[in-house]
Design a binder for this molecule. Structure first.
Ligand code: ATP
Length: 525
C-alpha cells in the first residue's frame, strides 16, 4: 500500500520542479505503481480536491479549526497512513452533517494529524484548504493520465468532460487501459460538463466571410441546467454537476408536461420570472437555492425553463451532430413553450435587432451559434459566442479588508483577482466595496472568515473560492498590483455561487480588454 508520506514527498518534489514536462513525468512515475483505487484517490489529493467533483457534500472545515489543531503532538509509534486512509477519512468528514458536526470533523482530523509527520501535515493542510501551490492543476494531471493511457490529450480531455470527475477517470484508465478512453460515452443520469461560450469580440467581424449564418438565441440570465430524462424519471444537474432535482420540483413538472416521452439529455437555463413571465434578476433565482427559506416560500418564486440543446436521444449520442440538426431534434420532442427564443441571422443588422429585442424583453444579451458546430462538453470555443451590452468580469476574492464606520465588523473591501491558467495562481486587478446589500455583506463576511488563510493588520487572505461578477468603467495601467492593471470604478453586480475560481476570467482576458479599449476609443474619434 502506498503511503500518504510518499504522496507528500511527491508533492514536495513537484513544488521544486519547474518544467511542466518534468512535473508530468514525476506524476506518471508515481501513479503507474498504484492500484486503481489508489490512483483514484491520489489523483484527487494531488490537485487538492479530495472529494469527487460531482459529490454534493463539502468538507466544510474552516481555516480556524485547522490552525487550532495544527501544532498538536504526534503519537510516537503508529502505523503509517496510506493514501486510502486519508482519502476515505476526508470522504467521511464530508458526510458529517448537523448538530455537533464541527467537533466530529475536528476529531477525525486530529486522529489523522496524530499519525502524520511534518511533511505529511503540511500537504494534508494544503489538500484540506484546496491550495496546493505546487503548480499541478487538472491540466497537468490530465497530461499525465494521457501519457499513462497512451492516448491523445484531446481524447483524455473529452473523456474527463463526460465522466465529470478526474479520480473516476483515472481509476477507469487504470482498470481498462487507454482503450477505455474512446469508448467512454455519455450516460443518462451521469452529468457531463456543459459547453461554454466565448465573448464576441467584434460584431463587424462576424459576417466578413461570404455566406455566413448564425443562429441567434436569447441569453437568459439564470442557472444552467442539464436535464436527464430516463426510465427513473427526470433528474436535473447544475453547472457544477450537482444533482439539484429535489430543490426544483416545479421545473421537473414543466419537463414532464412539455417534453414528449423519450430518453434524453437536454441543456438549458432556468430563470426566475414574475407573474407576467418577465425575467427577474439573477439574485431572485439565487434565493431559491438558499437553505434559509422554506419550500413553500421557495415555490412562490416561479421558475421558467428554457431549453437550447440536446445531447442524447433514445439511444443516440448527439454531441457530434451539427447544432442545427440537434436543434431540430430538440424541437421534435419539446413543446415550443420551453424553447429559447431564436432566429437565424444573415447580417450585422439582424444581430443588432435581435440584441435589442432580447434586452427589451429584459434578458442579458444574446448567443450566436455556428450552425454546423458540434457540442463540445466543457469547452469554451468560438462555436458559441456571447454578446452582452454591459462589460463585466468574473473575478475571485483573494483578500479582504475590515470595514470602518457603518461597516465596522464586516469584511467589506474586497481584493479582486483574475485567474492565470499558466501558473494556476490569481492576479489582483482591483478592489471594491461597492455593490452588495447588507445581507450580502454579512453572508460574505461569514464565508470569508471560514476561508481565511492568513491575516495582516486589517486585511485577511482567503482561499480563492468566492467568485463575483464585477462591472467596471475602464481598465487602467497601475503599478499598485503585480498584474500592472487596475479596474476603475469596480462594483460587484452579483455573487457567482455557480462558478469555481478556475472558471473566473483570466488575466489574459483582462489584458486583452485593456488593449481593446484603445481600439474602441480610436473608433469613436
Ligand atoms: P456569463 O458570466 O456571461 O453568464 P458564464 O461565464 O457563466 O457567462 P459562458 O460560457 O461565458 O458562461 O456563457 C454561457 C452561459 O450563458 C451558459 O453557461 C448558460 O448558463 C447561459 N446561457 C443563457 N442563455 C443561453 C443560450 N441560449 N445558450 C447557451 N447558454 C446560455
Amino acid at each position: 500500500m502506498t503511503t500518504f508520506k510518499e504522496l507528500s514527498e511527491l508533492c514536495e518534489r513537484l513544488k521544486e520542479t519547474f518544467g511542466r514536462k518534468d512535473k508530468v513525468s514525476l506524476i506518471v512515475r508515481f501513479l503507474r505503481n498504484l492500484d486503481p483505487i489508489q490512483v483514484e484517490y491520489a489523483s484527487r489529493l494531488l490537485i487538492g480536491k479530495p472529494l469527487p467533483e460531482n459529490m454534493s457534500d463539502e468538507l466544510d472545515v474552516g481555516y480556524n479549526t485547522l490552525i487550532e489543531i495544527r501544532d498538536m503532538q504526534s503519537t510516537l509509534m503508529h502505523e503509517p497512513l496510506t493514501i486510502n486512509d486519508v482519502a476515505e477519512k476526508l470522504l467521511e468528514i464530508a458526510k458529517i452533517k448537523g448538530y455537533g458536526s464541527r467537533e466530529k470533523k475536528k476529531n477525525i482530523i486530529l486522529g489523522l494529524l496524530a499519525r502524520m509527520d511534518e511533511v505529511e501535515r503540511e500537504w494534508f493542510m494544503k489538500i484540506v484548504i484546496g491550495e496546493m501551490q505546487h503548480g499541478v492543476n487538472e491540466g497537468v494531471l490530465l497530461e499525465a493520465l494521457a501519457e499513462i493511457g497512451g492516448v491523445s490529450l484531446e481524447h483524455i480531455h473529452r473523456a474527463y468532460m463526460l465522466v465529470g470527475d478526474i479520480g473516476e477517470l483515472a481509476k477507469q484508465l487504470k482498470i481498462h487501459g487507454g482503450g477505455i478512453v474512446e469508448s467512454i460515452r455519455l450516460e443518462v443520469y451521469r452529468p457531463v460538463k456543459p459547453m461554454l461560450a466565448e465573448q464576441c469580440q467584434d460584431i463587424r467581424e462576424l459576417f466578413k466571410e461570404p455566406n455566413v449564418m448564425y443562429a441567434l438565441e436569447y441569453k437568459v440570465d439564470g442557472a444552467r441546467v442539464q436535464i436527464h430524462v430516463g426510465y427513473n424519471g427526470v433528474k436535473i444537474f447544475s453547472r457544477g454537476l450537482k444533482d439539484i432535482t429535489e430543490s426544483i420540483p416545479d421545473v421537473i413538472e414543466q419537463v414532464e408536461k412539455n417534453v414528449k416521452k423519450c430518453i434524453a439529455v437536454l441543456d438549458g437555463e432556468i430563470i426566475a420570472v414574475d407573474s407576467s413571465n418577465r425575467p427577474l434578476p439573477f439574485q431572485v433565482l439565487l434565493r431559491r437555492f438558499r437553505r434559509t427559506r422554506t419550500f413553500e416560500e421557495d415555490l412562490q418564486i416561479p421558475l421558467r425553463l428554457y431549453l437550447f440543446d440536446i445531447l442524447y436521444l433514445d439511444g443516440l449520442e448527439l454531441m457530434d451532430l451539427p447544432y442545427f440538426e440537434r436543434w431540430n431534434k430538440l424541437k421534435s420532442i419539446s413543446s415550443p413553450d420551453l424553447l429559447i427564443p431564436r432566429r437565424i441571422a444573415y447580417s450585422e443588422k439582424d444581430v443588432k435587432e435581435f440584441l435589442e429585442s432580447a434586452t427589451n424583453a429584459g434578458h442579458e444579451g444574446i448567443m450566436l451559434k455556428k450552425l454546423d458546430g458540434k457540442y463540445k462538453p466543457g469547452r469554451r470555443e468560438k462555436l458559441w459566442l456571447k454578446i452582452k451590452p454591459s462589460e463585466t468580469l468574473d473575478l475571485v476574492i483573494i483578500k479582504a479588508d475590515y470595514g470602518y464606520g457603518r461597516r465596522t465588523g464586516w469584511l467589506s473591501n474586497y481584493h479582486l483577482a483574475a485567474y492565470d491558467p499558466e501558473t494556476g495562481g490569481f492576479e489582483i486587478v482591483g478592489k471594491t466595496f461597492k455593490g452588495l446589500t447588507d445581507d450580502e455583506f454579512e453572508w460574505i463576511t461569514k464565508k470569508l472568515l471560514e476561508l481565511k488563510i492568513g491575516e495582516e493588520g486589517y486585511t485577511i487572505s482567503v482561499k480563492p473560492e468566492i467568485v463575483v461578477e464585477v462591472a467596471y468603467n475602464e481598465i487602467q495601467k497601475s503599478s499598485k498590483y503585480r498584474s500592472g492593471l487596475a479596474l476603475r470604478f469596480a462594483r460587484i453586480t452579483r455573487i457567482r455561487l455557480d462558478k469555481r475560481p478556475v472558471e473566473a476570467d483570466t488575466i489574459q482576458e483582462v489584458i486583452r480588454r485593456y488593449f481593446k479599449q484603445f481600439e474602441k476609443r480610436a473608433l469613436q474619434i
